[in-house]
Design a protein around this ligand. Sequence first.
Ligand code: C5P
Length: 211
Amino acid sequence: MRRILITSGPTREYLDPVRFLTNASSGRMGAALAQAVLNQGDLPVIVSGSVEITYPDSAEIHWTETTEEMLQCCVELFPQCSGVIGAAAPCDFMPVMFSPQKLQKPADGSGITVAFRETPDILATLGQMKRQDQWSIGFALETAGVQNGGKEHALEKLQKKNCRLIVLNTPDSISKSRSTFQVFDAAGTLRLNFTGTKAALAEKLLSMSGK
Ligand code: C5P
């Protein structure tokens, strides 16, 4: 039984103990991938941010909050896995400053200004650690469709993250059970153009992963 690592859901980047930056990722793609991994007789090892959906019972689940925590967890688990699919939507930015005390509103009504810096890129880190016998697949959520530069953005990400395949989709797919997806390989070849459920995409992706 192979172990396949799946990152899933959003991350949270805290400003103070109660406030954080996050996004609307539901974890549905990660859950569909986990089920497809089980269907082929392998073990999904899910590293997830906070989500409301439930993952398949027999999946191995590791709960994380911040992008840094998700990264550390993945770095530890990846060497024992055959491959990784980056279905999470980690926050790309985190506040430069964390206030251990809850931030108070300034009395003069002037509000606050927050500076952000980039979070670590989990898939790019795993892409650098990857052995010859391991593979990785990324997702690129682009507001530009495939005809309007989305493909170029997706291929840049594939290269930067050293992935075998990248799945291009648009924000329409957030929280939905079905969407349109294009899958490209490292040569830029369109390997799949598919409209359907995340469950069906998950099955197709795994059959293309190269094991
Ligand atoms: O660069 P972008 O966030 O669009 O890339 C999306 C792909 O990279 C997804 O597969 C996502 O899971 C992964 N990613 C990551 N760590 C980040 C940001 C994105 O693993 N900090």
